[in-house]
Write a protein that binds this ligand. Sequence first.
Ligand code: CP3
Length: 347
Amino acid sequence: MLEMEPRERFLAALNGAPVDRPPVWLMRQAGRYLPDYREVRKHAGFWELCHSPELTTRVAQEPLARFKLDAAIVFSDILVVPEALGLGVTFGAGEGPQLAHRLSGPADLAAWKVEGAAQRLGFVSDAVRHLKGALNGSHGILGFAGAPFTLLAYCTEGGGSDDFLEARVMLHQQSALAERALATLADLTAEYLEAQCAAGADTVQLFDTWGGLLDREDYMRFCVPAIRRITEPLRAKGRKVLLFVRGGQHLLPVLGEANVDGFSLDWRVDWREARTRYPRHVLQGNLDPALLLAGEAPVRAATASLIRTMREADHGTRCILNLGHGIHKDTPPQTVAALCDEVAAHG
Ligand code: CP3
């Protein structure tokens, strides 16, 4: 097959059309492992960066200039949504995010500034529009948002955590409050993602980074209905939605209920098992991000092996090569280049 252009390849894989090889992009492909990103951050705070269309485009384009990638992801963060709701999100140096106003009872939810929140998120669609203009059709563009439970987890905890106990307690102790908060987050996210699509995103990904903390029953009861509030209106408009659930291998049997076009697979999911269960979905993933710290030879071997697996069932279509979670900040750019070169060599 003739060599395809990056965006053409990315769209073909999303639509289940033939591809010369699987397209590749990497979660957190723009970030602290890249010197240019660190340079930008010397002069701009994280929120300042997110609010500047010129800077977000610059950091989103840097990995495209360095590596043979097929798509860009708009530069932003999932925590822009709680920030737009007035929860006061800050990123302290090296300590992760902090929220000034935690959700712990009904009064906290009543104080969320829902009105005007979608407008306050307009800077993210501005970033998509600016990136779209700069790329001029060369590469695919992904928009994204946090999935409702993952956002709820940060809102209740007031910051990062390993187990997000506060949110898991709330689901069972204040179920109605949790459901209302999830629905509020979901409805805002639906509007926010539609705006990203209208601004030029070719697809959007929901990051359920902490969804894997829940068992199947709770995921079905709380997360799936909230995700459907997002995916139903978007898919009715022909938008394509991908869902990433980190640590969600036990949830795979029920994820089909989320009404998405595809799944981004955590590295612990067996690709063949996922493909057997979901023959028509787009599947994305799922190399272990640790490989990128292990050197070029292991990266190339694992990449070649994954491409072979992708081609077994699908001639490689409906498959997008990616990591099973974001690039670690200590990753050497050389191994990222090796990964992308290896994918390109399979054309
Ligand atoms: O290339 C890309 O993917 C860039 C865009 C992007 C960022 N965050 C930029 C960012 C994306 C897609 C995210 C998503 C995100 N943010 C998630 C879901 C995906 C995942 O990794 O599981 C989550 C849970 C967050 C929340 C978040 N944002 C945390 C916990 C932190 C601090 C700790 C950390 O990992 O850096 C952030 C800050 C953040 N978001 C940075 C970047 C590049 C680092 C900020 C800095 O410059 O210091």
